[in-house]
Design a protein around this ligand. Structure first.
Ligand code: SAH
Length: 391
């Protein structure tokens, strides 16, 4: 819980409290605060997240008097979808409107045996990695927990409707079933790999993750929710204590010299400290298997055979697998993607050194939905956060 509901109620005046981003603890505190029993929290969470309801009047197991009261003081409010694009490979990208001319992007990637939602955590990003187009947008602000979970809420509602529609069409049913009757889970995995650095928006990201894991909300397993980070070391340590989901580390370089250049955060938290934090993250828990090392393949920068050997030595004895990501170009980027032969040679060297290394398939390319292509719209790009001030 990252804010006090009492404060919000008394200060808010006519503005309503948005319950969309409240996790179970926060929701219980809210109901206690307004003099109701905490079990109401479970009922309302289920309506919002399992049934996709945003109207209190539909919450049929809540008394009419309470429904009316809730409608008076609270709301369930998600950003508005301003664009939905579908790629030829089935990837879907949504552009969602926030306040003040900002917008964010969310991507759904369907695969044979799973559906992954790529979620944004900030409007823009402050880290300035040279190969990432989100960085070009600068940074505006953190997303609230409501704006983070809203991406899953919206995608779930939209995809369930699609699914129900398809089922209805294929069985020629006259009346489609309700979205919540659809048994098959469409979104099985969530990755925080959209716009922003999730660990620089710690509290809101953690509250949204609580909802992803919560049985009364989305009930995803910890292993199916992944935080991708450029390596905010102190926040990684905190994350282990508070919600130890799966981890992907945007390493991208086998040494500090190269990493300083392409991931400026490295100057503050160099590779050695970052990998120590990863080791700590996994210490003492045998159930956690591995984390993912992300490595974007940039021609002539980090893709030589020597770089591969150096990377293999660097990661020795760490429980990780390696994702090689072909660089996705964007207008005026200073980098080129490595040739496919270089990527394969790099992979073979890692493989021979005993690592599981895979080349990540690029998805949604024709709608600019691939890694590092999410741009959204950031108003007032001059606002850069001082990383030091936060941690
Ligand atoms: N800030 C977080 C999450 C966002 S980026 C992080 O750094 O991990 C998600 C992943 O896409 C990261 O591994 C990032 O390095 C990678 N990426 C960014 N731009 C890319 C590009 N143009 N091509 C390929 N991968 C890119």
């Amino acid at each position: 819980m990252n804010s006090n509901s009492k404060e919000k109620i008394s200060e808010a005046g006519p503005a309503k409290i948005n319950l969309l981003g409240y996790d179970l603890a926060h929701m219980k505190a809210f109901f206690t605060e307004i003099g109701e029993k905490p079990f109401r929290a479970v009922q309302v969470l289920k309506w919002i997240h399992q049934f996709g309801v945003d109207d209190f009047s539909q919450m049929s197991n809540v008394s009419q008097a309470l429904r009316a009261r809730l409608a008076d003081i609270a709301e369930i409010k998600a950003p508005e979808i301003i664009m939905e694009q579908k790629a030829s490979d089935g990837t879907i990208k949504w552009l969602m409107r926030l306040d003040g001319g900002n917008s964010i992007e969310t991507v759904f990637i369907p695969e044979d045996n799973r559906g992954t939602l790529c979620v944004s955590s900030q409007v823009g990003c402050a880290l300035d990695c040279g190969f990432c187009s989100t960085a070009r947008q600068g940074f505006n602000r953190n997303l609230s927990s409501a704006e983070i979970i809203a991406q899953l809420w919206i995608a779930n509602r939209t995809l369930n409707q699609l699914e129900v529609h398809n089922e209805a069409v294929s069985s020629e049913q006259a009346v489609p079933k309700k979205a919540q009757d659809s048994k098959r889970r469409v979104i099985t995995n969530v990755v925080l790999m959209g716009m922003g650095e999730p660990l620089l928006n710690f509290d809101n990201v953690v509250e949204a993750i609580h909802l992803m894991l919560e049985d009364h909300a989305y009930g995803l397993s910890k292993r199916r929710v992944t935080i991708s980070t450029a390596g905010v070391v102190p926040a990684l340590k905190r994350l282990r204590e508070e919600c130890d989901v799966s981890l992907a580390i945007s390493l991208h370089a086998p040494n500090d010299k190269i990493r300083d250049r392409i991931v400026p955060l490295n100057k503050k938290y160099p590779i050695k400290e970052l990998l120590e934090a990863c080791r700590y993250y996994f210490s003492g828990d045998t159930k956690k298997k591995q984390f993912t090392i992300e490595y974007v393949m940039l021609a002539g920068i980090n893709d030589s055979e020597n770089n591969a050997r150096e990377l293999a030595a660097l990661l020795k004895n760490l429980p990780c697998k390696i994702n090689l990501i072909p660089f996705n170009p964007f207008p005026n980027s200073e980098f080129d993607c490595s040739k496919i032969q270089m990527i394969n040679r790099f992979k073979d060297i890692l493989y021979k050194a005993g690592y599981v290394a895979v080349v990540r398939k690029t998805r949604g390319e024709d709608i600019d939905a691939a890694c590092g292509q999410l741009a959204g719209k950031v108003k007032d790009k001059s606002r850069r956060v001082n990383v030091k001030a936060q941690h």
